[in-house]
Design a protein around this ligand. Structure first.
Ligand code: ATP
Ligand code: MG
Length: 158
């Protein structure tokens, strides 16, 4: 077995999907391999965006409504990610772990998770959902710099 415990940080971007497809190739080749798909969800920022649409300030909103919005963000994200990845996962016999972590700094969370879960490889996209173009995004940059295990960076097809 080449890699036992492979992490794919997934943000729904075309390159993270390409990374997941690449990791699925590893998985198909080795049914003993565990695949860990991790999405870091910044609920606070997403709720702030919803409140902005409602033209309300967080301070004026009852906490029950804030909790509803948080719940909505989590459920919508969960559903959207499953819609994107289920067809890839269906064909795998491997153990697959899907995690949603609520945090604001994806780079350090990805590294912390990979270390804690003793991942032996990270397969991630070169870019994410950010608008700026270039070779790497800030998250892939951070993970390449800080992770102690090998990192495979995958580009989306042009
Ligand atoms: P930036 O975020 O700096 O504007 P970007 O969005 O183009 O740039 P990154 O965010 O670095 O690029 O994304 C590179 C890869 O990092 C993604 O393909 C994905 O694998 C991972 N990644 C980024 N954000 C998250 C996240 N919130 N949760 C999980 N993985 C993520
Ligand atoms: Mg990004």
């Amino acid at each position: 077995m080449l890699y036992e415990n492979v992490m794919v940080p997934y943000d729904g971007s075309p390159s993270s999907r390409a990374a997941l497809e690449e990791a699925a190739r590893f998985a198909r080749n080795d049914p003993e391999m565990t695949l860990r798909i991790v999405h870091i969800l910044d609920t606070e920022t997403r709720v702030a965006a919803l409140l902005d649409k409602e033209k309300r300030a967080a301070a004026d909103v009852p906490s029950a409504h804030l909790r509803d919005l948080q719940q909505r963000v989590i459920e919508e994200t969960d559903a959207a990610i499953h819609r994107q990845i289920d067809s890839i996962l269906e064909e795998l016999d491997n153990r697959v772990v899907i995690e949603f972590l609520e945090e604001t700094s994806p780079g350090s969370q990805i590294v912390a998770y990979a270390e804690a879960a003793k991942c032996d490889l990270i397969v991630m996209g070169s870019r994410g959902l950010g608008a700026i173009r270039g070779m790497l995004g800030s998250v892939s940059n951070h993970v390449l710099r800080e992770a102690s295990m090998p990192v495979l960076v995958v580009k989306a097809a042009e």
